[in-house]
Design a protein around this ligand. Structure first.
Ligand code: SER
Length: 324
């Protein structure tokens, strides 16, 4: 295992939902100039641009990554670039290319340069209809029915392979749906849990693309960021798992979320018009057993449905009233 001092961090997918907030937190902790934000084509926010370095790269094209890795002397990578479940069904080849070939490039580059550490996110999408849907165990059936899920199972296996075969220190979690107020999610099945807040504030009504009784595991962004960095900071001797930690904070149906929002916006109404994403949601767990993460690296979320809802509404109302 390479034992180098942490020097410089690369975040891929830094313009995305998780990457944008992760970059800002990493910059806060490790210094603005030590965290290179990168994206493929979406214009970065002013916040991202003004707080530290930014470069366009495409993880499918290895040389574009190598160039910035060498230029900025990178030795830690958070590979947040990914095509999510809904877009993955519309563009399966792109999903494969970014999530598998892109990740392969990242692992090769990290291995070739003996980097200190790599983070590769996985997802609840690794599970499928044959998986137990309540309190889904850490070790269980992984037979996803989406291209996104297929790439995430493969990504977990590839990451664990690089750890065992090449001693590359690589870590990852199976994120549940992530709810956040800064950057919109980019084409996943759990996006309704974010859109609903924008519509509740702006229009007092929302048409949801999954049914009222659909229950999925979720997490608020501050917990997501904290969990990600905490796992990366854990001493490797404590870890029995590497790229496949189950992780969750709360589980609720859309109906329960609507009730919670109504406590703050009583006139809010929600209609239901399920589309192809219903089948994806139905194939995923309702709740997750994340005891391995709790035991091995002390995972403990702070936010539940009521505290997340209040914070989301406060932050978004503020942001939307400022016209951001
Ligand atoms: N939020 C993701 C999606 O819905 C799940 O990892 O695709």
């Amino acid at each position: 295992m390479a034992q180098k001092r942490m020097k410089k961090i690369l975040v891929t997918g830094a313009v995305g939902q998780i990457g944008s907030e992760l970059t800002m937190e990493l910059r806060k902790r490790y210094g603005n100039d030590n965290v290179l934000a990168t994206g493929r084509k979406t214009k970065p926010s002013k916040m991202l641009l003004n707080s530290g370095p930014f470069e366009f790269i495409d993880i499918i094209i290895k040389e574009t990554v190598e160039k910035v890795v060498d230029e900025y002397d990178i030795d830690t990578i958070y590979n947040m670039a990914a095509i999510l479940s809904a877009v993955g069904e519309e563009k399966p080849l792109l999903c494969w290319n970014v999530n598998i070939n892109g990740m392969y490039n990242i692992l090769e580059i990290a291995h070739e340069r003996e980097m200190t550490r790599v983070f590769v996110p996985s997802s609840i999408a690794v599970f499928g209809p044959e998986t137990p849907q309540d309190n889904t165990p850490q070790e269980t059936v992984l037979k996803p029915k989406t291209m996104y899920g297929v790439t995430k199972v493969c990504g977990e296996l590839l990451g664990d392979y690089y750890f065992k075969r090449f001693n590359l220190d690589i870590r990852g979690v199976r994120y549940p749906g992530i709810i956040s107020s800064e950057t919109l999610p980019g084409g996943g099945t759990t996006d309704y849990a974010v859109e609903i807040f924008y519509e509740a504030i702006k229009n007092k009504k929302y048409t949801c693309f999954v049914k009222e009784d659909t229950v999925l595991p979720m997490m608020y962004m501050p917990d997501c960021i904290k969990g990600t960095i905490d796992l990366m900071d854990t001493d490797i001797s404590k870890l029995k798992h590497h790229c496949d930690f189950n992780l969750t904070a709360m589980s609720f149906s859309v109906g329960k979320l609507v009730d919670e929002i109504k406590k703050h916006i009583p006139e809010f109404t929600c209609n239901y018009k399920p589309d192809f994403r219903q089948a994806i949601a139905d194939s995923w767990p309702r709740s997750i057993d994340d005891s391995a993460a709790r035991e091995e690296w002390g995972w403990k979320p702070e936010y539940n449905l009521p505290t997340m809802t209040k914070d989301m509404l406060d932050k978004l109302s503020n942001k939307l009233s400022l016209g951001r």
